[in-house]
Write a protein that binds this ligand. Structure first.
Ligand SMILES: [Zn+2]
Ligand SMILES: [Zn+2]
Length: 258
């Protein structure tokens, strides 16, 4: 567990620093996922508690970019930890790290982290339909059905494999099209089954995620963001009954090459 990211990777690697849904759980920090290709490291979200795991694998100053999917604390709270580490540890910050998020999310970050956080984390406003490049990684964004400003992501290596990340979302035909044919989908299943009285949209349950992965024809699926007392293993079992591709239950410390 917790191998150091090799200087040279042959493929692309997804490493999980936090996978709990909505709030922490025993043995599980909140959403944070690292995509590494060659010497490039892109961090997708940095939820509460996840910073404690990030340092197990890379020096925080080695991040090439950070993407924050939306304004909820379980996806961005430890940006405060990253900011303080890079601000106060001598030599930790070699250059400001690009930070990609929607305008709504950047506004929350300004309030939560520091008004002048841009000295450390260089803000780039992105919206659905935008695409940016981070080293060899092509990163594109689509609107998720969650709170305003929530963005799902597709990360593709030029001529190589692709990873979709649902962020938090309800079922969404638009996201099924966005993720079509992805090699790996990192998908949320906040609930094992949708609770009575839950508002429409907002999150998926195991059957919603299985349906999204099936319709998008993704090859492999990592089930994540399952809210305690549910857990990713139980959700992955339910998803496996309905999706014919490979299903992997997320855990903190999981690394998947694709
Ligand atoms: Zn969440
Ligand atoms: Zn959320």
């Amino acid at each position: 567990m917790w191998p150091r990211v090799a200087d040279r990777l042959l493929g692309v690697r997804l490493s999980i620093f936090g996978h709990a849904g909505s709030y922490g759980a025993p043995g599980a920090q909140c959403s944070s996922y690292l995509v590494s290709a060659a010497r490039t490291h892109l961090l997708l979200d940095i939820g509460n508690g996840s910073f404690s795991n990030l340092g197990r694998q890379i020096m925080p100053g080695d991040l090439d970019a950070v993407f924050i999917s939306h304004r909820h604390h379980d996806h961005l709270a430890d940006l405060i930890s990253l900011y303080h580490y890079l601000t106060f540890v001598p030599g930790a910050l070699r250059h400001p790290i690009p930070l990609y998020a929607s305008s709504v999310t950047l506004e929350s970050i300004r309030t939560l982290v520091a008004a002048d956080f841009g000295r450390i984390l260089l803000p780039h406003e992105v919206e659905a339909g935008d695409a940016v490049e981070v080293g060899p990684l092509q990163v594109s964004f689509a609107a998720a059905d969650h709170v305003p400003g929530t963005l799902a992501t597709l990360v593709r290596v030029a001529g190589g494999p692709s990873l979709g990340y649902t962020a938090d979302t309800g079922p969404s035909p638009a996201l099924e099209a966005f993720f079509e044919g992805a090699d790996l989908l990192l998908g949320e299943s906040t609930w094992l089954s949708r609770p009575d009285g839950a508002p429409p949209g907002l999150h998926m349950d195991a059957s919603d995620l299985a349906a999204m992965a099936t319709r998008a024809k993704v090859r492999r699926l990592v089930v994540t963001h399952v809210a305690y007392p549910g857990n990713a293993t139980a959700a992955a079992r339910l998803v496996s009954d309905r999706f014919s591709g490979e299903v992997i239950a997320a855990f903190d410390g999981l690394a998947v090459e694709f």
